[in-house]
Design a protein around this ligand. Structure first.
Ligand code: ADP
Ligand code: MG
Length: 341
């Protein structure tokens, strides 16, 4: 066979295999884009677990008409320009693949109006060359992305979609995770036209309020709150107690520099701390925020960005473990328990 360049849609569908696993991954990418665009209010409408439609509306910076086409192409990003940027990355997205990938496996329309532009414009792309068409639209400042019929053109992927209920559950989990990382942003989630989650941003005590909104009143009232600094690392955590062992292990969240993670090192440090205090292998609910100099952490390890690499991994591990241990030890010590009640 002779060597040929893949047609754009096919190339993007292949890339989509990595980024777009299920409707919830679309939600994650779209919401992260809105946050990167400075949105303070994000509304998400999901139909039939995302099988039918995912529509996100934000009040972020918007995309100017001349860049709509670029936003839909692969390796196009406004977020990094050099390798040096990559090393100090603070924004959530940076690969410039999400919109291109999603639009290759769904019917996507992108409607946007930056505050500086009179008219809103809508972009969509068609065919194997993914040619972009633009038309004027009515839209307030911000962006709406409508993703319909996910995987309609990739039957092999479509087969892996679970029930609407399961896919919706994954979407809800994504929203909870992101909402915990951004207490300053209002999130509204609707499923089949009913509001299912509403996390309003508040003025004061934002983080504690948001943890309560997402994990529930019972959790926030019983959890031990701790905060600790060491050199350039900071940890803030709400740690569930032993009574919440069985009921709430679905509420386990960790964040590195505001990004939701299922990082092995962090989970290991937490498990070790909990085991040493509770003498059980199970972990109760927790919400843990780690802040560290971006130069000391590499986020470009995992395509879905669930894991990071710490330069001083031992130090980070032991810092987390010790801080959590110290906080939890008030259970072992009845006097301390009163202080944290
Ligand atoms: P990445 O986020 O990795 O840059 P994406 O494919 O997700 O790549 O998005 C491509 C570009 O489109 C972004 O860099 C950004 O400039 C623009 N964009 C995407 N979504 C939004 C949004 N909701 N508001 C403003 N700009 C957006
Ligand atoms: Mg992105």
């Amino acid at each position: 066979m002779s060597i040929k360049l893949l047609p754009p849609r096919l190339a993007n569908q292949i890339a989509a295999g990595e980024v777009v696993e299920r409707p919830a991954s679309v939600v994650k990418e779209l919401v992260e884009n809105s946050l990167d665009a400075g949105a303070t209010r994000i509304e998400l409408d999901v139909e039939r677990g995302g099988h039918k439609r995912i529509r996100l509306r934000d009040n972020g910076s918007g995309i100017v008409k001349d860049e709509l086409e670029l936003a839909l192409s692969r390796h196009a990003t406004s977020k990094i320009a050099t390798l040096d940027d990559l090393e100090q990355i603070l924004s959530l997205g940076f690969r410039g693949e999400a919109l291109a990938s999603i639009s290759a496996v769904s019917r996507l329309t992108l409607t946007s109006k930056p505050a500086t532009q009179e008219q809103a414009w809508q972009a969509s792309c068609e065919g194997r060359d993914m040619a972009v068409t633009l038309q004027p639209a009515a839209h307030p400042d911000g962006t709406t992305i409508d993703v319909a019929d996910i995987f309609y053109n990739t039957p092999a992927r479509r087969k892996f979609l679970r029930t609407e209920k399961t896919e919706y559950q994954h979407i809800e989990d994504v929203i909870k995770r992101i909402a915990l990382s951004r207490p300053d942003v209002t999130f509204i989630l609707r499923h089949n036209d009913k509001v299912t989650k509403r996390y309003a941003a508040t003025g004061t005590d934002q983080l504690a309020v948001r943890v309560g909104q997402v994990c529930g009143k019972a959790f926030i009232e019983q959890a031990i709150h701790t905060r600790c600094d060491y050199e350039s690392i900071q940890l803030e955590a709400w740690l569930g107690n032993a009574e919440q062992l069985r009921s709430s292990n679905d509420c386990q969240y960790s964040f590195v520099n505001g990004r939701g993670m299922r990082d092995k090192l962090i989970l290991h440090a937490l498990r070790q701390a909990y085991e040493s205090v509770l003498a059980v292998a199970e972990q109760p609910a927790f919400v843990v925020y780690l802040t560290i100099n971006p130069k000391e952490v590499d986020v470009n390890v995992h395509p879905a960005k669930h894991e990071v690499r710490f330069q001083q991994s031992r130090l980070v591990h032991d810092f987390i473990c010790k801080t959590v241990c110290d906080a939890l030890s008030s259970w072992a010590d009845p006097e301390g328990q009163d202080d944290n009640g």
